[in-house]
Design a protein around this ligand. Structure first.
Ligand SMILES: [Cu+2]
Length: 149
């Protein structure tokens, strides 16, 4: 029994080391850098189609695939409850702005929605430490009901 436990512990440690060895080195974020949503404001009431403006302080925007120190591109999370893994390339759960865009037009269904930005490097992998915006909550107006009134 004891031998079995030791074996399991060794196996766990072994896997831990292997995972660390395989981990992709993360790009460092610039000291004091931050990412934030310029528009809309937290708590804003917006029409179904509205602009989202991305704010970035202390680093630069570069298109995906362009490797350059202290740069990256924006990713928008719409109604994402759980953050994606921050040490792997971001996937389809986020909107990529790999062209280096700093704003986008969104169309959402009426009701409340959350928006959050993640900045990531040329490989779509968040920096270390990661640059995440505050998660904001907005309310999209039901324009069809407004017209009925
Ligand atoms: Cu990306």
């Amino acid at each position: 029994m004891k031998k079995c436990c030791v074996f399991i512990v060794m196996l766990a440690l072994g896997f831990g080391t292997l995972a660390e060895e395989l981990a992709i080195p993360l790009s460092a974020s610039a000291e004091g850098a931050s990412v934030y949503i310029l528009e809309p404001a937290d708590g804003a009431v917006v029409p179904a189609t509205f602009m989202v403006k991305f704010g970035l302080h202390g680093m630069g925007v570069a298109p995906a695939g362009m490797e350059k120190v202290n740069t990256g591109h924006h990713h928008l999370l719409v109604d994402v409850a759980e953050l994606p893994s921050l040490d792997l390339p971001l996937g389809g759960e986020v909107k990529h702005f790999g062209g280096g865009q700093t704003e986008t037009e969104l169309t959402l269904a009426p009701g409340t929605h959350t928006l959050q930005l993640i900045f990531a490097d040329h490989r779509h992998i968040p920096h270390n430490p990661p640059l995440l915006s505050q998660k904001i909550t907005i309310t999209v107006l039901d324009e069809s009901s407004k017209q009925d009134q």
